[in-house]
Design a protein around this ligand. Sequence first.
Ligand code: V1D
Ligand code: CA
Length: 572
Amino acid sequence: MSKRKVAYFYDNDVGAYSYGLGHPMKPLRMRVTHELVMAYGMLDKMHVIRPKRCSPEAMARFHTDEYVQFLQTVTPETVDKLTHHGTRFLVGEDNPAFDSVFEFCSISAGGSIAAAERIASSSVDISINWAGGLHHAKKREASGFCYINDINLGILELLRTYPRVLYIDIDCHHGDGVEEAFYTTDRVMTASFHKFGEYFPGTGTQEDRGRGKGKGYSLNVPLKDGITDEAFQSIFEPVISKIMDVFQPSAVVLQCGADSLAGDKLGCFNLTMHGHAKCVQFIRQQNVPCILLGGGGYTVKNVARTWAYETACALGIEKDIDPNLPWMDYFEWFGPRYRLEVPENNMEDMNVKDGSLDRIRSTALQQLQELATGCAPSIQLQDVPRETLSKHLGFENQQSKDDLDRTLAQHSRYVYNLQDSDTTTDESDNESWDSDESTSSNHWRRGPYRSSSIPDSSITRKPFELRATQIAKKRMSLLTGQYFDILSNEGGFALLSGASFCIPSRRRFFRSGEEGWDDEFNIVDEAVERVRDAFRHQPGPEEIARLLDETRRIGLDADYGDDDDEVMSVEL
Ligand code: V1D
Ligand code: CA
């Protein structure tokens, strides 16, 4: 098999974090994996990169500002107060506020973003981040041991370059956080293979297929206990082949959660190391740029064995790997056989026993056939700009972006002070757009086993005007991604910023219909151009007011606003 250029992202510190005694998630498994990878001499065969840690601003490309800020602040001592006694952000025992949780997240997410950047720049064929794959994290809430959804951040990075991204999830649990994020788009197809039925998170039926433009682009393969290598491949390979055919992804992200291995402490499948790795080999054979991520996996020595072996598969050297483990730190953990293997056990395969595997397979293939014959993704025919959105908008120079931000902020405050009598706010409306209350009504999502991942369509966006009230908080610049203060008496600024600052933040920069560039985007483009021109000559307050008014009139709603955005899917 031909060679592939591989980038391997690893931060030495990652193994030192702890979710706490008695918690099944052990970040140490990444260190043990790395020790094996090193002992097998694989580090010399790939680019080994310590990724930049993910900044809060980069996290907020998917998550809300408020949630990211919470993660930055929370400690075991303050958790009770900051979560309002465990009712917001972190719920239950699954996601403790352990020491330095934010740093841990920044390593995991930094790795997946860097992995995506390397793929998008075509400098490698395969990127690996075993610290990533945290597929349950939601926009404004931690879930199932996951706090920051590194996968969504990585996919968003890929979408800057590629028209279509395929996400595959072989963790024993449903990849709900990724499915939900891209549920309404046809640019990301998600396919999750998982145990379904009285099992966390309770989502991922075959009826959950996406919504709107994304209808048909979410695929679920719900399975029962005890699936073996042979049975798993008998559904994985035809389903993935069909997706490759129908969707023709430009890049693939494979979440390699290792709790689908036999003998996992939380999983209930019966895959061997070789069976699990066959998914990696199969994806590699497709000759599409690919990112391999970690995920679940609770029998640490088996996780390490499997991810080390899968690193060898990425390199195409698995045939040369000695099944007897080399000497390494943690060697004694691998007794009594000290072998690179995860054998199957004698549990019964319920999928084969009751014939459900055949039914699930034919339903999945049928659904993909409908996608093929119904409507092939129109975006296929279109080009995607190679440069980043900010570059496309001309905001590529950090210094000038900072200046622009500062100037906009100063002038906006000044303008607001001039016209405060015009800025009417509804003080009686105490349902702040800054509040998470509206999504706390999403507490149904926290129920152990909800039946559908379709967002609540009864939740509607609040009128733009309501945002004029409040807010004493930090806002993130849409131009630079940096934070600046908004004082509570600058409510009008919040309103104005809703029109002006949000222009470049719109993610909907590429239209998936046949029309190509989004008309709205062209308007945005022109408006941005005018704002940029104006700021080249230090505009006065009147000019700023006119520009802000103009941008507001053309209907550039504040799409960015973190906490008022009720839709859980990202807008593309
Ligand atoms: F057993 C535990 C001990 C301590 C703390 C948590 C657990 C535990 C086991 N299983 N928690 C779970 C699952 N949570 C529940 C909750 C109880 N309910 C009300 C909900 O059943 C969560 C399992 C998370 C699996 C995560 C994952 O493997 O999919 C993963 N993928 O990437 C990273 C993690
Ligand atoms: Ca899965």
